[in-house]
Design a protein around this ligand. Structure first.
Ligand code: AMP
Length: 278
């Protein structure tokens, strides 16, 4: 595995690569969710590339950028073990040199849900993804359904800016008890960790009611909220039943819908989602 730390070096290497490149973007502290994307990218492309970059621009001033977990050596060994060919792991200064003054601002789909709770988050995400697509020039990028709004925002950006990258979405990988794998799960205390499967349980109830024929979005939202309200350690940020593409809140489910939620356990904020009718 070639580890590349500068844009100039990546630019030198890129023309020597032939065949489709599959890219897996990550912030590191890798788990099986990330590795599932790597395996798919590896299987579907001649070359598998990853980036590991904790992007300061997508964290708010009071968020966890400084304490975000990092394990560079371990990540490198995991990626090498999965047969990744190229790892791009630049420093912040390399990505945002003095004078950097451009941002990619995606419209309405980036303003709802996570965008409303974390102002500027998707501007930081879209900007770094556009930059790295430009540097790495992948044919395909592999993203997790776990971050469903991120997928919707990047799809919008790729369509609107005519970026020549196919977005491939991979299913959410979960612990045996249903908790979605996340680098942030390490912040949870044992009590919070024990309570955290409530997220997936609540989504499961929504799926069950939907399967029985319930199509009223308000009823489904209330049901999910109710399950979460019974978990005393959980503080609900939002429960959403929205159109999968635009993320506009629905009254009734006439087509595929994204049921998503954000919940705080102490200072740790977890998100999860399922698609109904997809
Ligand atoms: P992150 O390092 O958290 O920015 O995530 C990098 C990529 O991995 C994103 O496309 C995420 O959606 C994806 N990802 C994170 N957790 C999971 C998971 N549990 N299952 C599948 N994909 C995931």
């Amino acid at each position: 595995m070639q580890v590349i730390r500068t844009v100039a070096e990546f630019r030198r290497v890129r023309p020597t690569i032939s065949g489709p490149v599959g890219l897996v973007p990550t912030m590191g502290y890798l788990h099986e969710g990330h590795l599932s994307l790597v395996r798919r990218a590896r299987a579907e492309n001649d070359v598998c590339a990853a980036w590991v970059f904790v992007n300061p621009a997508q964290f708010g001033p009071h968020e966890d950028f400084e304490r975000y977990p990092r394990a560079e050596q371990r990540d490198r060994a995991l990626l090498e073990g999965e047969g990744v060919d190229l790892l791009f792991a630049p420093s912040s200064d390399e990505v945002y040199p003095p004078g950097f003054d451009t941002a990619v601002e995606v419209g309405a789909v980036a303003q709802r849900l996570e965008g409303a709770a974390r102002p500027g988050h998707f501007r930081g995400v879209a900007t770094v993804v556009a930059k790295f697509f430009g540097i790495m020039q992948p044919q395909r990028a592999y993203l997790g359904q776990k971050d469903a709004q991120q997928v919707a925002v990047i799809r919008r950006m790729v369509a609107d800016l005519n970026l020549p990258v196919e977005i491939v979405v991979c299913p959410t990988v979960r612990e045996a008890d249903g908790l979605a794998l996340s680098s942030r799960n390490v912040y949870l205390t044992p009590e919070q960790r024990a309570a955290a499967p409530a997220l997936y349980r609540a989504l499961g109830w929504a799926r069950e009611r939907w399967t029985e024929g319930q199509r009223d979005a308000r009823v489904l939202r209330a049901l999910v909220q109710d399950v979460l309200d019974h978990e005393s350690l959980a503080q609900v940020d939002y429960v959403s039943v929205a159109d999968v593409g635009t993320l506009e809140e629905l009254d009734r489910l006439n087509g595929p819908a994204l049921v998503s939620l954000a919940v705080r356990f102490g200072s740790t904020r977890l998100i999860d989602n399922i698609v109904l009718g997809g």
